[in-house]
Design a protein. Structure first.
Lengths: 360, 360
DNA sequence: ATGAAAGCGCTAACAT
DNA sequence: ATGTTAGCGCTTTCAT
């Protein structure tokens, strides 16, 4: 690869300096290494390493000399080699279902900010709400030897769980609750949300419901709990439209259109969506059809996305503190990474809020 | 680090097998290596390497034997070591201004899909429309020795450009045009867009304008060209509201509120926004104020985001093929990476479309 | 405060 | 088709 004298010990041994330009700056193709810096600065390679990693241990004068050499030859440290030597990659893998949902990208942003402030970089995996796809990515990313992993959700394949346990690195599952986490857990109960939404609407006097959902494992938990709570009030006929994840505006529009002919009985009607995006669509379609929200039809979403408060009418929804989850997950990981490696189990429920606005 | 006999050559030489459990499976803490697999399978380490990387070169029988050993001890290859040995990391760095704009996350998704299909993984950097922040991240990520880099925009610090050139890896700049790209370029002309928007609105008969923008370098190009084109028609007084990037719904709402008292003269009025998100806000605020769109006020956005077609009234905007950019950028990079490394310059303008809808 | 030697886990280049 | 040897660029350990 353009390296002169490679695999020719004699050449290297005989003329270690002549293979480079004056001052040992590597010729043309080759990238500068620690050894090059050391040669220019007139110190041992290990001293250069110390200047970079533990500058406190190096005399001021040496420090300056070495830093000047680094500058002079434009040395960029090779973290691949560093990672191999220390078996610490300073890499954290984060898995998200989708990137397009601001709720996840916000969490990702918080995680990235905190981790990169601590000197870590983030490898992103997007699994598309699919445990098999997630497994493939986990498999691939684990060969990068990340120092830690943050997952979205608690539904993973058995192989994924086994691989993660075998990797013996801290793992944080987020965005859900489960009795048997892989390691650490920061989330909230989707069952609680489903139930509370039902109670909220029942309390408001609604007895007729329509439901628009996308097929994702956590949404399904909310759905099941919602239906169960309604059943407690004798309400069992809830027409439902289900679409493939991820949610889109169009599914909301289509959902309401398909739902309308099937909604049973008389009296106040509420349509519940598993995401604000679809609730937005329902709102738009209701407007197109001349239906008044919430008089003719109440609408409730999930996520409190950025537009929810500003829609006309504003959207009643469920707010989850994604930032908070990201912060807690990153901090928990960092604590494990930085401090003593003793098993400190973490299981944290950040809760949720029903945000009452105009639509329901 | 839990490795028995480390730095004790005698111990290793004398009892290489006894340090492990039966069959050479590493004890408790240590992760399995290629050598462990080789020992279990009864072959040389290089053969295991071939089974993983060039299975075609290995006899069927050996292949099975080795794969069984891999399975048995749960071996996960160490790509860190592989990367050091080959000086190929199979890592590509992608820099985005923000993640929350679907236009970028879509492009990212396309890039990720194509690259991971080719066996690469993607390191994401989010620069927040800030060249200094981008530089810091470039600096950090280059020490991971990525095989290639994809950037958003053509505005980078001098240091960034120098670092990227020195890295001697393929670089694709996207989402803009420039006469002096760092290496390859896939984008479109923001000047063309600004100009065409002006022509479009002039042709529709508008002579009074308001402008709502966020402070990002590419948006600024569109703005400048828009104003220049208007000046060609003698229109120089265009009240403008500028907000810090990234765009938000709220800026649109606030923007229109602040703009309204200042809009000059009489006759058809158009408000132009540098993003659909803000145009959405303008639409909402116009509705709140009882202004009819487009009769009282026309609105034009940029980006053709997912909601643009479904708003009421639907949003006239500019569509840019982000997917196409992502596809071309990833493919260009892959071609450089996979085939001969000869300098194949690429400069590609994917163009744009003005999407006429109800709002203007 | 600085250095010498060995090794992290893998693969390229040469055998056989 | 498989093995041997050396080395990727860094850091650890032990010495000075």
């Amino acid at each position: 690869m353009g390296l002169h004298g490679k695999n020719n010990p004699a050449a290297i041994a005989l003329k270690p300096i002549e293979t480079s330009q004056r001052f040992g700056i590597p010729a043309g193709q080759r990238k500068a290494t620690l050894v090059d810096v050391a040669r220019v600065a007139g110190v041992a390679p290990i001293t250069v390493s110390r200047v970079i990693n533990q500058p406190g241990q190096v005399k001021q004068k040496t420090l300056l000399k070495v830093r000047q050499a680094i500058e002079e030859i434009g040395y960029v440290p090779n973290l691949v080699a560093g990672a191999l030597a220390t078996s610490r990659s300073r890499l954290v893998a984060v898995f998200l279902p989708v990137l397009t949902n601001p709720i996840f990208s916000d969490m990702f942003q918080v995680i990235t900010d905190r981790l990169s402030a601590a000197g870590y970089q983030v490898l992103l995996g997007v699994s598309g709400y699919n445990a098999e796809a997630e497994q493939k990515q986990i498999q691939a990313i684990l060969s990068r030897r990340p120092d830690g992993v943050i997952l979205t959700g608690t539904v993973h394949t058995d192989v994924s769980r086994k691989l993660l346990r075998a990797a013996r690195i801290p793992v944080v599952e987020t965005w859900d609750m489960t009795p048997d986490p892989i390691d650490m857990l920061v989330g909230f109960s989707h069952e609680d949300i489903g139930r509370e939404m039902a109670y909220y609407l029942i309390a408001k006097g609604y007895r007729r419901f329509g439901y628009v959902e996308v097929d994702d494992p956590r949404g399904a938990k909310r759905t099941a709990a919602f239906f169960e709570a309604l059943a407690g009030y004798g309400i069992t006929d809830v027409p439902t439209e289900t679409f493939p994840a991820p949610a889109s505006l169009r599914y909301g529009i289509e959902g309401l259109r398909k739902l309308l002919p099937h909604l049973p009985g008389e009296g106040p009607l509420a349509v519940v969506c598993t995401s604000d995006t679809m609730a937005h669509g329902v709102l738009l379609e209701a407007a197109r059809q001349g239906l008044h929200v919430p008089k003719d039809i109440a609408v409730m979403g999930h996520g409190d996305m950025y537009f929810a408060a500003n829609l006309v009418p504003s959207l009643t929804t469920v707010r989850v503190e994604g930032d908070q989850i990201g912060k807690l997950a990153a901090d928990a990981l960092l604590e494990r990474l930085e401090s003593a490696h003793d098993l400190k189990p973490l299981k944290c429920d950040v809760g949720f809020t029903i945000v009452q606005r105009e639509s329901a």
